[in-house]
Design a protein around this ligand. Structure first.
Ligand SMILES: N[C@@H](CCC(=O)N[C@@H](CS)C(=O)NCC(=O)O)C(=O)O
Length: 236
């Protein structure tokens, strides 16, 4: 039976983007159910799938998994051939730590720069707390790229290829957890150093990225107070 991923609308649902991109890049087939967020009745619809009242939710037969990080972890166990976590124990511990840090943290950046694929790219002044989040993310990306991303010790990623442009070489669970942050760096024109910038470009060059974004731009659910310049200019 195919997996089903219940997600929010693609323009806004950063948490949904994480397991969705993990599944897509790993080539794991799944069906999706999209529930538009912040609409009348949204909560009731979500509650049909999860008592937690939040998306994403993964349904695999009798198994239901909520919380983006738990979903990615479940996928890693269920599809070991996808190699969503690095093969090397030390690299894997590092990947899990940064994924958990993302799952639990960066509230100032989340609040100040919500994911919004429709928004016209333009800079927004960052508060000191948001700037500190950005610097921490930059440091995480730079350390991963320098220590693990070049291949060699860790053997991460879904296709077993050593090396690659992602945090641990090939795209994996940690990259999925950081994908919405890449979107925020882009949408809010946040300057980062060369290593983080190259990482951002690599994530945004994924066909799965383009697929998510194209679907987001076709969605009819745009919040009335959204910061969109019309007509929407498609970014490559
Ligand atoms: N910690 C959760 C966060 C999930 C979450 O906040 N989802 C938002 C959408 S991105 C949601 O369902 N909001 C709808 C609501 O709270 O009613 C995760 O990692 O999955």
């Amino acid at each position: 039976m195919a997996l089903t991923l219940v997600i929010g609308n693609k323009n806004y649902s950063s948490w949904s983007f994480r397991p969705w991109i993990a599944l897509r890049v790993a080539g794991i087939p799944f069906e999706e159910v999209v529930i538009p967020l912040y609409e009348p009745g949204s909560k009731e619809q979500i509650l049909k799938y999860s008592p937690a009242g939040k998306v994403p939710v993964l349904i695999d037969g009798d198994v239901r998994v909520w919380e983006s990080l738990a979903i990615v972890d479940y996928l890693a166990e269920r599809f070991p051939q996808a190699r969503l976590w690095p093969g090397d124990a030390a690299a894997r511990a590092h990947a899990r730590a940064i994924a958990a840090e993302m799952h639990a943290g960066f509230a100032p950046l989340r609040r100040h720069c919500p994911m919004n694929m429709w928004r016209t790219v333009k800079a927004r002044e960052l508060t000191p707390e948001v700037a500190a989040d950005v610097r921490r993310i930059e440091a995480i990306v730079t350390e991963c790229r320098e220590r693990f991303g070049q291949g060699g010790v860790q053997g991460g990623g879904q296709d077993g290829v050593q090396g690659g442009p992602f945090l641990f070489g090939a795209f994996g669970a940690a990259d999925a957890m950081y994908a919405p942050v890449v979107a925020r760096l882009s949408t809010y024109a946040i300057a980062v150093g060369a290593v983080a910038e190259a990482y951002k470009q690599a994530v945004m060059a994924l066909p799965a990225w383009a697929e998510w974004r194209a679907a987001a731009l076709k969605e009819p659910w745009i919040m009335a107070n959204d910061e969109v310049d019309w007509p929407v200019v498609l970014r490559e």
